[in-house]
Design a protein around this ligand. Structure first.
Ligand SMILES: Cc1ncc(COP(=O)(O)O)c(C=O)c1O
Length: 422
């Protein structure tokens, strides 16, 4: 199936007389004919549902759709994007392990990595994704277990050189995890460039209507856990599952099977059937929406870049943008609806501009069908130190603009009147 078709049909094929739309199976529990049948489920010997924390028919249909869209072998939905990134790391790293992450990622993920993972004993080194291979090599340690980055960084809008970093990670025998939230599988499919595991905050474009928090992890099935001696949790018996070996029992699907069996079981953070239903509605129109987000953003980026009161616009496909060549390679269909900008007059001008907008709203959100703005330094990235802000490419006056699906003429009128007040 092409992506447009998979967005509508993948994951759910109704049989004669069954509901046409993925139904919401609200039940937390399922009924069985025998204790043997339940035991087989608990031993992961047969597929099936036994408790909605671990799996549910509605959530399962959406997981299959997400796996198809990214071209992976399996997917796991979580309650939020934060939970997805946490699980993606915890599934391969434990206390005394080390992870390398690019520095320009979403502020919430920086906190998760530098505070919460650190408390768990997992050390994260942040690197500049544009550093040379020789520089990046220096970050690897014998206990490094994963490399992490974002396809398009939030809010700096830097484009990740997925192929280059994947090659580096693989040379050190570790997987490359990419948060593909802003690009979505419509604009970029990181597995095609060597990435091993993709994560999403489905709260953003995949839902697209700002109605449901969610996250997802998708596995390419390509990383060879057995060839590496670094992942005994995947390749040796799991005492909490009667000695089951994930790579032996699930082959290429081992990573998601382990995340479900251990992390969803022990920590929870599952998506709800109702939440998966909303997410599925969003996914059905994703290709149409992404096309419009990109075209609108290109018009707005051109307008802002030419405006005398604007100092700088970060939108990778703009002529003269540092990452334009990377954008052509990884994001040929467009660079999403998100951009960031700096006004002449810095922070003061930025605050005045945001407060003057009428149609475009100030929201702690991004990648939604309604155009919205945010001042990262005083909100999403507020907990970051000045050094962390600088490493993430966030200046005090930086404004994040998330271009929605309204008519671009109306958006330009609003931007023009707000810039006119400066
Ligand atoms: C790139 C990226 N990853 C992860 C997250 C966290 O997702 P959530 O808010 O769904 O927990 C966000 C939130 O803005 C994000 O932008």
């Amino acid at each position: 199936m092409k992506l447009e078709t998979a967005c509508i049909h993948a994951g759910y094929t109704p049989q004669n007389g069954e509901p046409r739309v993925v139904p919401i199976v609200q039940s937390t529990t399922f009924k069985y004919e025998s204790t043997k049948a339940v035991a087989q489920l608990f031993d992961l010997e047969v597929n099936g549902f036994f408790y909605s924390r671990l799996g549910n028919p509605t959530v399962d249909a959406v997981e299959q759709k997400l796996a198809a869209l990214e071209g992976g072998v399996g997917a796991l939905c979580t309650s939020s994007g934060q939970a997805a990134n946490l699980f993606a790391i915890l599934n391969v790293a434990k206390c005394n392990d080390h992870v390398i992450s690019t520095a320009g990622i979403y502020g919430g993920t920086v906190n998760l990595f530098s505070v919460t993972l650190k408390r768990m004993g997992i050390d994260v080194t942040f690197v500049d994704q544009n550093a040379s291979n020789a520089e990046l090599e220096k970050a690897f340690r014998p206990n490094t277990r994963a490399v992490f980055g974002e396809t398009l960084t939030n809010p700096g809008m830097e484009v990740l050189d997925i192929e280059r970093i994947a090659n580096l990670a693989h040379a050190h025998g570790v997987p490359f995890i990419v948060d593909n939230t802003f690009a979505t599988p419509i604009l970029c499919r990181p597995f095609e460039y060597g990435c091993d595991i993709v994560t999403h905050s489905t709260t953003k474009y995949l839902d697209g209507h700002a109605v449901q928090l969610g996250g997802a992890i998708i596995d390419s099935g390509k990383f060879d856990w057995e060839a590496s001696d670094k992942y005994p949790e995947l390749t040796t018996p799991d005492a909490s599952y009667h000695g089951l070996i994930y790579t032996k029992a699930f082959g290429k699907a081992a990573y998601i099977a382990k995340a479900r069996a251990q992390l969803l079981r022990d920590i929870g953070c599952c998506q709800t059937p109702q939440g998966a239903f909303y997410l599925n509605l969003g996914l059905e129109t994703l290709p149409l929406r992404m096309e419009r987000h990109c075209r609108n953003a290109e018009v707005i980026a051109d307008f802002l870049a030419a405006h005398p009161k604007v100092e700088r616009v970060n939108y990778p496909s703009l002529p003269g943008s540092r990452d334009r060549a990377l954008a052509c390679k990884y994001l040929p269909k467009g660079c999403s609806g998100v951009m960031s900008l700096e006004l002449k007059g810095g922070r003061t001008a930025g605050v005045q501009f945001i407060d003057s907008l009428k149609l475009i709203s100030l929201q702690v959100h991004v990648a939604d069908l309604r155009t919205c703005v945010l001042h990262p330094a005083s909100s999403t990235h507020r907990q970051l130190s000045d050094e962390q802000l600088a490493a993430a490419g966030i200046s005090p006056g930086l404004i994040r603009l998330s271009v929605g699906l309204e008519h671009s003429d109306d958006l330009i009128s609003d931007l023009e009147q707000a810039l006119g007040k400066l």
